[in-house]
Design a protein around this ligand. Structure first.
Ligand SMILES: C[S@@+](CC[C@H](N)C(=O)[O-])C[C@H]1O[C@@H](n2cnc3c(N)ncnc32)[C@H](O)[C@@H]1O
Length: 243
């Protein structure tokens, strides 16, 4: 009985506290309207400067992605149902776990994640194989080839974003991608900004590599429907294998 009374008083106090907070800070629509006036271009800079490096996590592990892109990845994984996702660039392992968890929900597949630096990687997962080394190393390439034999494969390049390495990864890994599956090249957005405005690179990046690759490879086509949320880091980066 006494316990019930205490519980009642506590609930009253809590409700009083909540109503006091909302009286003290009334909803100001103008605060939101100011934010909504931001250009999409500025939102991407805001996201790059203030969000992506330390305020996005998947199940507690940092994941360096625009979450709108992550949602698109989930849609592609569901549609393609790959046996193997090759990820170039694991970093903390947040994206690796994200793909592996979705594959767990689908009930099939594994992630083979490559990185040459394991100093901040922190992931143990039954669906993940971590390969340590440079994506261009012959040993890494033959380990990948071994795992991809007769499998439905998808590749995600989120390693070195400079044009020569992206192009090398495209040339080395495109043969593993199955027909109707994808080779996703991340962060071509750096080519759409200027050096010094937080997103731009001093040198050519992924977008330049994609354009060069597609100029001599007709097995892939850009699937621009994957950019439909507009706020993507991967312009022209969703390459579908068509033949
Ligand atoms: C942008 S981070 C990856 C982020 C991660 N995919 C995510 O979304 O959370 C890039 C990673 O690629 C690795 N890297 C860069 N160039 C590489 C290469 N040629 N081979 C293997 N790993 C590379 C770096 O060590 C770094 O950890």
């Amino acid at each position: 009985m006494f316990k019930e009374k205490i519980k009642g008083w506590c609930l009253k106090m809590l409700n009083w506290g909540i109503s006091k907070i909302s009286y003290q800070k009334p909803l100001r629509r103008s605060d939101y309207q100011d934010k909504y006036r931001m250009m999409l271009r500025d939102w991407l800079i805001y996201h790059q400067k203030e969000i992506v490096f330390d305020q996005v996590t998947w199940m507690g592990i940092p994941i360096l992605k625009n979450v709108l892109d992550a949602w698109i990845y989930q849609e592609i994984l569901y549609e393609v149902q790959p046996h193997v996702v090759i990820e170039i660039g694991s970093r903390y392992g947040g994206s690796t776990k994200y793909f592996a968890d979705i594959m767990g929900i689908l009930g099939k597949g594994e992630v083979v994640s490559i990185d040459m630096d394991r100093s901040v990687y922190d992931l143990e997962h039954e669906r993940v194989t971590a390969l340590t080394g440079n994506s261009s190393d012959p040993e890494i390439l033959s380990a990948v080839e071994e795992r991809c034999k007769n499998k439905t494969v998808m590749v995600i390049q989120d390693g070195d974003h400079r044009m020569p390495q992206v192009l090398e990864d495209l040339e080395n890994y495109s043969k593993f991608v199955s027909i109707n599956s994808y080779f996703i090249i991340e962060d071509g957005i750096v080519d759409l900004y200027h050096h010094g405005d937080s997103l731009g690179f001093e040198e050519k990046g992924p977008l330049a590599a994609i354009e060069e690759f597609l100029s001599h490879n007709s097995h892939f086509a850009i699937d621009s429907s994957r950019e439909r949320y507009l706020l993507t880091y991967n312009p022209k980066g969703f390459l579908k294998r068509i033949s």
